[in-house]
Design a protein around this ligand. Structure first.
Ligand SMILES: [Fe+2]
Length: 270
């Protein structure tokens, strides 16, 4: 058996054409088309909020946090955090923010499905050949997480929704723990998919930890477990989370569908 030499693979490369494997002796080599597929596991969208949206969200959340009549959403949430007020859809509509989050979520769903080659939508279209099927999203809840020193969010997932999002409006300076040999995880959000060995042995990551920056937004499937670590420091770490339910629906109204089937029946009688 000839021994394969280690290929100088570049980080992030998933597909290559004309991939060359050299074997010993040196004169033996093969040109191959090799594709690395990743058919399992969820994908997470990461984007930066457009500046006008970021500024408006800061304004809206400043106003809510200063409002004595703010609605505390905390009892519905996992966070060990005092300030988690609700943001209503009425307010999002009033401030021209509702459409933005719906459209971004739709984009995430479409791109996720395209990435794993989902045939689900084609199947719905096949069963409804006379219909145009549209992706419908609806924000079911949105809330502010105003997190201060020592507060944290235990591992949890979101219910009554299919897609969830989190955006960061303020990230303060954290005091360093400076424990020798330890990773710096304070204030990070960590997504937990499953247990996996060290990534260089299991060749995948079971969890993904991020130090968010102001203006970052992440979208992920609602079932995906995640946690937020506490921090030391005086500032406020302010984020806004939301839940979305998505469905695939025929574009036509029920009345239009009934009208169309009546016409079909009449044509059949002739
Ligand atoms: Fe959460």
């Amino acid at each position: 058996m000839k021994k394969a030499k280690t290929s100088p693979l570049t980080r992030g490369v998933t597909e290559s054409e004309g991939y060359q494997l050299k074997f010993e002796p040196e004169e033996v080599s093969f040109d191959m088309n090799v594709t690395l597929r990743k058919p399992f596991g969820p994908c997470i969208m990461n984007a930066q909020l457009p500046v006008p949206i970021y500024k408006e969200m800061v304004k809206v959340t400043d106003e809510i946090l200063a409002d004595k009549k703010r609605v505390n959403w905390g009892p519905n949430l996992a966070g060990q955090i005092k300030e988690e007020p609700h943001i209503s859809n009425e307010l999002l509509l009033e401030r021209d923010l509702f459409g933005f989050f719906n459209v971004l979520t739709q984009r995430y769903i479409q791109e996720s499905n395209a990435l794993h080659g989902s045939s689900g939508l084609h199947e719905i279209e096949r069963r409804n050949p006379d219909e145009t099927i549209v992706l419908n999203t609806n924000i079911t809840s949105m809330w502010i997480v105003s997190q201060y020193e020592n507060e944290y969010n235990p591992v949890h997932h979101h219910t009554n929704s299919t897609v969830s999002g989190v955006m960061y409006l303020n990230v303060p300076k954290f005091e360093k723990r400076d424990i020798y040999g330890k990773k710096d995880l304070d204030g990070n959000i960590e997504f937990v998919y499953h247990a996996a060995a060290e990534d260089h042995f299991s060749m995948e990551q079971g969890a993904f930890s991020v130090a968010p920056k102001e203006g970052d937004i992440f979208l992920f499937p609602s079932y995906l477990l995640h946690t937020v670590y506490p921090f030391i420091g005086e500032g406020e770490r302010r984020s806004v989370s939301f839940n979305v339910l998505h469905t695939y629906q025929p574009e036509r109204t029920i009345e239009e569908q009934e009208e169309s089937s009546k016409k079909k029946k009449t044509r059949g009688k002739k």
